[in-house]
Design a protein. Structure first.
Length: 287
């Protein structure tokens, strides 16, 4: 596998690298390790539905186990391929795809938001919303009814209203959440259209009226081969369109030097001051 000829999406299963990823291939892989009476859940269910960004941080470095649960007491799966246990499901919360039973997109999003740490749970819900048949109002409704009293529901209720499915990566979702945590700042608008030297493109987060934007540069989409292009595009926005663009990386979000909130506050202040005598009335934060 080190030579790149095989891909191992889950423990104990490998397929030829030239095969195109898709629902049929994912189902075939899961079918090899999932018992007939088990339900595929959590990150594995999200991955199966097509939301690859729900995978845990660094899961690309080590093959993750399959998350699956059984509803019958005493039937926990015990092997090194799975993360397992017992869980209850209501009608409609489990869907059948081929001969596999998988939590629905909505139930999967709820489980991620309830069971994972706050930022990972929010990023998971955001990733599911990008491919989903539900919206934030459905998450809010279930947080107030179906999952009332569940462990983690307070955190779930606090973040579910912010889910929009527009983030292009988990760190971008986290940056959006950190911005929303700064209650004194105007609300961030995801995927702000901006005119660049080669046409229109989208800024990760911003306040269009202030012409302030925050962009997250991760190694997957903003590697060394993209640096010059990104720099030229942003410089053009600053010089010709009057934007202030702050660029954030992983060190701004995590670790001892993390200071995303401070940089966001400073950026908004600079954008407001630039308008001088123009009045900025703010923006209703809403729910």
């Amino acid at each position: 596998m080190a030579d790149g000829l095989l891909i191992t999406p889950i423990r104990g299963v490998a397929y030829a690298a030239q095969l195109a990823d898709g629902l049929e291939l994912r189902a075939a892989c899961l079918r090899l390790v999932v018992p007939d009476d088990a339900v595929v859940t959590d990150r594995t269910a999200g991955w199966f539905h097509g939301a690859s960004m729900v995978l845990a941080p660094n899961d690309h470095l080590a093959v993750p186990p399959v998350s699956m649960y059984r509803s019958r007491a005493g039937y926990r799966l015990r092997n090194d391929l799975t993360q397992s246990g017992e869980r209850t499901f209501l009608p409609g919360e489990v869907v059948q795809i081929g001969d596999l039973h998988v939590t629905s997109k909505l139930r999967t999003a709820c489980d991620l938001g309830l069971l994972l740490p706050r930022e990972q749970g929010f990023a998971g819900m955001d990733a599911m919303a990008a491919i989903a048949d539900f919206d934030a109002s459905d998450l809010v409704r279930l947080g107030d009814s179906r999952f009332k009293g569940y462990r983690g529901v307070r955190t779930f209720r606090g973040t579910a209203p912010y889910v929009d499915g527009l983030a292009q990566s988990p760190p971008e979702s986290v940056m959006k959440l950190r911005w929303r945590d700064c209650q004194e700042l105007p609300l961030p608008v995801p995927q702000v259209p901006a005119k660049g030297p080669d046409g229109w493109f989208y800024l990760d987060l911003g306040v269009p009226d202030l012409r302030y934007a925050a962009e997250y540069d991760g190694p997957q989409w903003h590697g060394p081969e993209r640096q010059e292009h990104d720099r030229a595009r942003r410089s053009w926005l600053v010089e010709h369109e009057g934007w202030i663009v702050d660029v954030f990386t992983a060190s701004d979000l995590w670790g001892p030097g993390a200071h995303v909130e401070r940089r966001l506050r400073a950026g908004i202040v600079a954008a407001r001051r630039r308008f001088g005598g123009l009045t900025w009335s703010g923006q209703d934060r809403g729910p």
